[in-house]
Design a protein around this ligand. Structure first.
Ligand SMILES: [Mg+2]
Length: 220
């Protein structure tokens, strides 16, 4: 754990990294996209939209795909309304995570989610973590012009500017290993918070793997 000794900043993912996504949240996501599409004025009622969201999840493992395809919706247009409908109260906070953050007063934090900033702003107090993130250090996909972490270095560059740390004193924590490729190339310490979708053998671009975020923090 040598590389964790000098960590001064952490770039966090949110979903499945700072908490675990539950079946209840998947249900909320299906209902959310159905509500959002109806509110946006597309020619479909809630029940039919929900059925399509369920079918889409089952066939493509993507809640929004079939509705997006059916109406030719731009994903950027759906992004904010969809996440606005999601119910953060159906998720479970990790009870020992706030104290693990508090135990590292000299470490700064940035949160970068592929969901919307509003979702992150609602989730952080629910997880008891709102004190550890400055408002400008909370970013959704819309804040980086819809550049995904696996496609662009903009997320890491923007986060380093906010943290005012060098790559070699910064960790990037994620539950999907492919999002750690670019941070690894840029010299950050990469931390995988494990998820059932992830490979058994640790990929070259992952420095450390932990079962949950709290155990990563305890090793700094
Ligand atoms: Mg995630």
């Amino acid at each position: 754990m040598e590389k964790l000794k000098n960590i001064k900043g952490i770039i966090w993912d949110l979903d499945d990294t700072l908490y675990s996504v539950t079946p209840a949240l998947h249900q909320s996501m299906r209902e959310s996209v159905a509500r959002a599409v109806v509110k946006m004025g597309y020619d479909i009622n809630f029940d039919d939209a929900l059925k399509l969201a369920e079918e889409s999840q089952e066939k493509h493992r993507l809640t929004v795909k079939m509705l997006v395809d059916k109406f030719g919706i731009e994903k950027r247009d759906l992004h904010i309304p969809f996440h606005a409908e999601m119910d953060h109260t159906v998720t479970n906070a990790c009870p020992d995570l706030p104290s693990a953050f508090r135990a590292l007063p000299d470490v700064k934090h940035v949160l970068m989610t592929h969901a919307s900033r509003d979702w992150a702003v609602r989730m952080l107090p629910h997880l008891g973590l709102e004190d550890f993130f400055e408002p400008h250090a909370i970013m959704g996909l819309e804040d980086v012009d819809f550049n995904h972490k696996h496609e662009s270095d903009i997320v890491t560059k923007r986060s380093l500017e906010i943290l005012e740390t060098d790559p070699n004193e910064t960790a990037f924590a994620e539950d999907r290993d492919w999002n750690l490729n670019i941070p690894h190339k840029m010299g950050l310490t990469t931390v995988l918070i494990d998820h059932p979708s992830q490979p058994k053998d640790l990929p070259m671009h992952v420095d450390y793997r932990f079962d949950k975020a709290v155990n990563f923090l305890k090793n700094i």
